[in-house]
Structure formats: C-alpha cells, structure tokens
Design a protein around this ligand. Structure first.
Ligand code: ACO
Length: 328
C-alpha cells in the first residue's frame, strides 16, 4: 500500500428525456398516484425510448466525469460497468463504453450485483488503486431496466426507471477518500428478484417470451425487510471501521429503492432526514445507477463539501448489499 487513499474525484449523470408519470401508469395498470407515492415515494421515472440503450447513457455520464476530473480517457486503467440491463450478452457493456470513450488502455468489464453494483464497483476500484494496479478507475452504474419491466405487473412496473451515473476514482491524500467498504451477498434470496428466462437454464423460446419469463419478477415485501436490516448492519460496520458514528455523517446517500426503506434505515442509524439524500420521486429505482446519479446531484446542489463524511449504502437482487464510508 502506498501513502495515499483512493477517492471519488468526479462524477457525472445522464438519463433518457422520456418520462413515465404515475398518471401514465394509472392508465396502464390498476394503480393510483396515491398508492405509488405513499408506498414508494415515486412520482415519475425516466424511460428509454426505442433506439436508446444502456451504454448510450453510460457514455454520456462517463464523459462528464472524465471532463470534470480533467483527465484523458487514455489515463483510465479500469472501467467497471455495473449493470443488470446490458446492451447485449456479449461483449460486455464495459467494452462497448471503452470503445466509445477511446479509453484503450483500460481493462473493461461488467459487474452484476443489481442495485449494489456501484458500491461493489467502488469497492473493487478502491482496492485496485490502493495496491497500485490502477491510477484512475471509471466506475459506472447504468441501466435501462424498463426493457425488463412487465407493464401488466403493477408490483414492479411502478418502481423501475432508467439512467446512468459515473465516477472517476483516483489517488487522494491519506486520511481522505474511501475510509471503509463492505460488500455482502446471500444467494438464498435469488428468487425474490429475478428474470427466469433468457439464459442457459431456460433459453429464450417462443414459449418463454409468451410467458414473459424475460421480465423481472419481484417479491417486494419480503425484500423490503431484508433491505432495511442489511443496509443498516453494513452501514454500522463501515462507520465503525472508519472510527465514526452516525452523528459524524454529513450526508447519507442510500440506494433509492423505496422512500420507506430509506426512512427506515436512516431512522435505525440515527441519521435525521436533513442529512439524507433522496431523489426517488424524480427517478424511481434505477438499480446500479441510483447512487452515482444521486451523488452527482448532491455535488451539483453543493450538499457535499470537502472533508464531509459521506455514507453510501445499497441493497439489491441476489441478494447483494454493501456500504462505503468516505471523507470527501
Ligand atoms: N398499485 C396498487 N396496489 C398495488 C400495487 C400498485 N402498483 N402494487 C402492489 N399492490 C397491492 C398488492 O397487490 C397488495 O394487495 P393485497 O393486499 O390485496 O394483496 C398490496 O398492494 C400490498 O402489496 P405489498 O407487495 O405488500 O406492498 P408493499 O407495501 O410491500 O410495497 C413495494 C411494494 C413497493 C414493491 C415494496 O415492497 C418495496 O419497495 N420492496 C423493496 C424492493 C427492493 O428493495 N428490491 C431490491 C432492489 S431492486 C434491484 O435490485 C433491481
């Protein structure tokens, strides 16, 4: 290890112009604006149009982050694209992004950890920078989840949205940047959120398409409890390792899954609502993109200042979860 830490040095975000409001959904399934707002906090979500795809938004977000970091794409050593909605199975969306950016010196790959993808990506990039394998890492969370949403299933179609967020990680002085990370998973929850068809187990066929097996299926209320418990636990772990308490947290930026999950985790941690960032009303759940989009908005709104302790926490399909404590 050198005498430096890794830190997030810039961010960027992008999403489709198209918006699906609760009123739009009221016309598609048996739901109401009132139900969606009270049960999730969501008012609208961005939705990719035909012809728009994941790497498109990833590249836009990444270009902003690269420009703000004032680096050349050729200086990037690794590109980690966290996604569960890749452009295609092969090649990785990471490689497609690399080509678009002209970041030809980078190793590029996709990371599948659902909504925890960005936290997983930051954890890996942190280690690569700290052990000298990378000077600059580009970590992206990018999703066009709406392609996997069944717009006849009211329990999932009201939740998910599209977008991308990106961060450049690089060396920062010791004592700042990423102070602690934790990533966890439990495959016993695999069938709480999954898309059964389209892989090698149940290959795509006319029958699988007719049965909608390529769509996401979710047992939301079962995941809800696990999400609250595990995000709280892992947040306490990283704060303890960073020798900090919830009182020290200047801003808590959780994965935007459901406003009630955010509120319950913040309450258990003892972080008051003024120190919690939420944009779920405008974006819905964008899975791996939600934390980097939120971080970029926080920076734009000057909600984070130098030396602030920032806590990130996520939970997603798999199940996967994780947290990062960082000193900005
Ligand atoms: N409109 C109206 N009613 C609805 C809707 C809807 N859109 N969706 C469900 N309902 C009904 C149900 O049918 C049920 O009716 P019933 O009581 O007559 O059977 C009732 O509302 C309650 O359903 P629940 O599923 O218990 O509702 P809940 O309050 O749990 O909210 C939600 C559902 C929003 C999905 C919530 O459980 C949630 O957010 N879960 C967490 C999801 C999560 O964190 N996933 C992992 C991350 S995502 C990723 O990794 C990609």
């Amino acid at each position: 290890m050198g005498n430096f830490n890794a830190g997030i040095i810039s961010t960027g975000r992008a999403y489709p112009e198209g918006v699906l409001t609760n009123a739009d959904l009221e016309r598609m399934v048996e739901t109401s604006d009132e139900w969606i707002k009270t049960r999730t906090g969501i008012e609208q979500r961005h939705r990719a149009a035909e012809g728009e795809y994941t790497s498109m938004f990833a590249v836009r977000a990444a270009r902003q982050a690269i420009e703000r970091a004032r680096i050349d794409p050729m200086e990037i050593d690794v590109i980690i694209c966290a996604t569960v909605s890749p452009d295609q199975i092969l090649p990785s969306t990471g490689c497609l992004i690399q080509a678009e950016l002209g970041a030809h010196n980078a190793a590029a790959f996709d990371l599948v950890a659902a909504c925890s993808g960005f936290v997983y990506g930051v954890t890996i990039a942190n280690q690569m920078i700290r052990c000298g394998q990378a000077k600059y890492a580009l970590v992206i969370g990018a999703e066009v989840l709406t392609r996997y949403v069944d717009y006849t299933d009211r329990s999932t179609c009201v939740i998910f949205g599209d977008g991308a967020g990106a961060a450049i990680l690089g060396q920062v002085e010791e004592g700042r940047g990423i102070l602690a990370t934790r990533i966890r998973s439990d495959g016993r929850f695999a069938e709480q959120l999954f898309s059964p068809g389209g892989g090698t187990r149940i290959p795509t066929s006319t029958a699988t398409l007719e049965q909608g097996m390529h769509f996401f299926k979710m047992r939301g209320n079962e995941l809800f409890k696990v999400a609250v418990r595990s995000m709280t636990e892992v947040s306490i772990e990283v704060l303890t390792e960073a020798k900090a308490t919830a009182n020290d947290v200047k801003l808590f930026v959780p994965h935007q899954a459901n406003q009630r999950i955010t509120d319950a985790v913040a309450d258990r941690l003892g972080v008051d609502s003024a120190r919690v960032y939420s944009n779920i009303a405008m974006h819905g759940n964008t899975s791996s993109a939600s934390i980097p989009i939120a971080l970029d908005e926080c920076i734009e709104q000057e909600r984070i200042a130098k030396n602030d302790l920032v806590l990130l926490a996520s939970f997603g399909g798999g199940a996967t979860w994780g947290a990062v404590a960082l000193k900005w």
